[in-house]
Every structure is written in C-alpha cells, then in structure tokens.
Design a protein around this ligand. Structure first.
Ligand code: DOR
Length: 452
C-alpha cells in the first residue's frame, strides 16, 4: 500500500480502455503521476515493475454517487474509511452526496469536505452540492456560489425536490452554470413510507410497498422540466422498467438526460429481502431506496445498460451502523454499503453473458466521466492524463466477508456470496492506493503466467 514511484511500469496486462477503443496485451508506463504510454512494449527500465500478466488493466473506476457521511455521521463512515473502501473497489474518483450534517449547502461546507479529503482521502473526492437549503425542498441554495466552491453537480439525494416550481428554477440555474442536476426521483405521496417494492410480494407479506410509479412519476415530471429548460438532468439510481422506457423516449427526443443504475438493482430482486433463518424473517441489509424490484425490472435495466439507454453504473454506497440495520424492517435505515462488492457482483453479468467486459468497464469509466463533463481527463488511459488505473482479475474467485470491509458500513446483502472477478490493484495519480496481497507474492505471480 501507498507505494510511490516516479516511474511505474505495468507489464504485460490486457489493456482495455473503451475511451480510445484500446483492447490489447501490452505495457503501461506511468511517469510522475501521469500516463506516458498505454500499449505496445516498453523496454525494461529502472522503473518500479508490476507484472500484470493475465490481468486486465483499465482506467480507474469513477463513482457518480456515494455517501461518505462526513461531516456529521462519522459513526457510519468517514472520508478516510469510505475512500479506503472505494480504493479496494477499484474506484479512483468518487462523487460524494450532500446529505451530510451540515449538508453541503454552503461554500464553507463544500470547502470543509475538500480540505478533509485532501488530508484523509486515498482517491479523488468530488463533492456534490445541495439543490435546496438544508435539503428541505423549500428554498434554493446559492447555486452559483456552490459552483464557484467547486461542486460538480447539484442534488438533494436521499430526498426528492417535491415542488415542481423549485425544481424548474434549479434546472434554470444549473443550466446557466453548466452543471447537471442529479435527481432522486421519488414522489413521496406515492412511496408514502413504503419499505419494499409494491407488488405481489409486499401484498402477501403485508408490508407496505413502494410502487414503481413513485419513481416513474418524478422521472416523467423532470424529463418535461429538462426539456422545457434545456437543463442537463442526471437520473440517480433508476430501478424500474418504466423509468428506462421514459428515459429512452426522452433521449430519442433529444432531451439532455443521462441515467445511472446501481450494482444491486442490476443483480438482486425484491425476494432478497427475505432472511436466511426462520428467527430472522427479513434481511434489513437488502432494504434500500429505491427498493429492489422484480425480475422484469432487472432485465429491463440490464437491457438499458447494454443497449445504451443507461449511461453509467454508480454504487450509491450508503454505509450504516449495525444499530441502524439490526432492528425490525420498518425501522431499519435504507441503504447498501457498495464499494467493495460492486465489481465482483457486476462480473456475474459478464460471466452470464449479459454484458461484455469492455462494455462493463465503459460504464464504470469513460461513460460516468462524460456525465460530469470530465471525459478526456478522467476515465481514460490517454497519454498525459492523471494515472488513475484499476487492475482486475476477471476470473479470481472470492467470498464476500463484510466483517473485513474497510468501510465502516458492513450492511451488505452479498455477505457470504461467492464472486468471480476481483479488483487486484488501484492506482491514483501514479500512486498505488490498493494492491491485493497476491500481486506481491512471487509464487502467485508465476501461477498467473498460464492464465488466459
Ligand atoms: O438507500 C438509500 N440510502 N437511498 C438513498 O437515496 C439515500 C441513501 C442514504 O443516504 O442512506
């Protein structure tokens, strides 16, 4: 960990960079934190060497949506623990949500996060500013001051902006500032304190459901507002087939909209809420907002991803304390700790033949970079850009053990799951911030040489 080298040579890896259509076995040379050469053969030099034979070398992952919880909820996560978890997950840039305490609704709060991140963070942290003061949905923040303070987007995530009038104004300001609105789409009169997906299962169990319409009604409203204002709208955590359809139509119409989907909405269905033991009827770790949906929704999300309607995969990493989850389903907090399982669970889609590895990598690298207007600089292995790199073993099997998470949030529905596909190293601006022990072991290094 934390090895700094002026020159670093990553040798013999399978380089996949969808931003430049690179797909070849070759070397990657880093000098002074920047990429010097990606592909071809670099003669062995005095540079520090990393043997990537049998591994995939790609641009560092970018997460458009996570909750680092600091300031205010340090019992759930801190910038230090959250970004350590992000590094283990292969993320080199993370965009952190504004639902902290205080919320990121003033330049001072945004500055505080930037300062703290510059001291504590292992990866790049880009803060998102609130749309409304205190995230109360009543009065707009001074969006232009927040933009000057360096936010990359605006969002009240965790809560919707209920007032259409306020959202329309927010879109007008965000358009003029050239930044997107990241939209938590939820009509609260429809979700109405629901807990799981509304459908046959919620009816059978007698648990209050959250209908698909709670999301779709808000997606539809905000697509109309984006069309009328010409604002750039990014839909957070889409979870229903209907949302994918609405966004597909909107894109065909030329509305400036992008959308993300989470790893859990792509790989789990509503049934996952059922506990494994009879004395624990439900698994609160699968309680998330929006809720896990039906098989049909999951299939539509996967199709949206492969067909190009869905732009990016974002974790919505939402760490909580044991106490927040170790309670009845009704009281339990919504959210999944997602950094450390994201790639492993997404690889199940690759192994099942649902999506190609290259497409998956694009949804974690150049596509999210485009959403925040940072393509060309992030999510690419172009020479001269910061050396943000993720090294993957698509075939490495491992078992999720939440108690060993770097994140304070052990709240994962994947605990005990066996995954095939693992992040082996993460490099931020030329600095190795995470490396799997086996990469340092000569024995395993040799074993990998026979690897396809
Ligand atoms: O499940 C969720 N948890 N969804 C959200 O929108 C917010 C998040 C959180 O902050 O815990």
């Amino acid at each position: 960990m934390n090895k700094e080298a002026i020159f670093l040579l990553i040798r013999g890896g399978h380089i996949i960079d969808p931003s430049q259509s690179i797909d070849q076995i070759g070397d990657l040379l880093i000098a002074e934190g920047k990429i010097l050469q990606a592909g071809g053969t670099v003669p062995l030099s005095k540079a520090q060497n990393l043997d990537a034979t049998g591994l995939v070398v790609c641009p560092g992952f970018i997460d458009l949506h996570c909750h680092l919880r600091e300031p205010g909820f340090e019992d759930k996560e801190t910038i230090a623990t959250g970004t350590k978890a992000a590094a283990i997950g292969g993320f080199t840039t993370v965009c952190c949500m504004a639902n902290t305490e205080p919320p990121l609704d003033t330049p001072a709060a945004v500055d505080w996060v930037k300062q703290k991140a510059s001291r504590d963070s292992l990866v790049a942290v880009l803060p998102i500013g609130c749309i409304t003061k205190g995230r109360k949905g009543e009065e707009l923040t001074n969006m232009s001051e927040l933009a000057e303070a360096g936010v990359l987007a605006f969002s009240d995530d965790g809560d919707p902006v209920t007032s259409s009038q306020l959202m329309r104004r927010a879109m007008e300001y965000s358009r003029d500032l050239g930044l997107p609105i990241i939209d938590h789409c939820e009509d609260k009169t429809l979700s109405d304190n629901g807990i799981i997906n509304e459908g046959q299962m919620s009816a059978q169990l007698g648990i209050k459901g959250i209908p698909a319409a709670a999301e779709e009604a808000m997606v539809a409203r905000d697509l109309i507002l984006a069309k009328r204002t010409n604002a750039r709208l990014h839909i957070a955590h889409a979870s229903t087939k209907g949302s994918v359809e609405l966004i597909r139509h909107a894109k065909e119409e030329g509305i400036s909209v992008t959308v993300e989907v989470t790893p859990h909405h792509l790989t789990l269905t509503e049934e996952r809420i059922m506990g494994k033991a009879s004395n624990e009827p439900f698994d609160t770790n699968a309680k998330v907002n929006p809720p896990l949906r039906t098989k049909e929704d999951v299939q539509a999300l996967i199709k949206g991803l492969t067909g190009g309607v869905i732009d990016a995969i974002a974790t919505d990493h939402a760490p909580h304390t044991l106490a927040d989850k170790n309670c009845g389903l009704e009281l339990a907090a919504f959210g999944i700790s997602g950094f450390e399982t994201a790639f492993g669970c997404l690889m199940s889609l690759v192994h099942q033949g649902e999506i190609s590895l290259t497409r998956l990598i694009s949804k974690l690298t150049c596509e999210p970079a485009k959403v925040i207007g940072r393509n060309g600089e992030l999510g690419t292995l172009k020479a001269g850009t910061p050396a943000n790199i993720t090294i993957l073993d698509p075939d490495r099997e491992w078992v999720v053990n939440s108690s060993s998470f770097a994140s304070k949030g052990k709240n994962t529905p994947y605990d005990g799951y066996k995954f095939k596909g693992k992040v082996m190293a993460t490099i931020v601006s030329g600095r190795i911030v995470y490396i799997d022990d086996s990469l340092l072991s000569p024995a395993l290094s040799l074993e990998r040489r026979g690897h396809k």
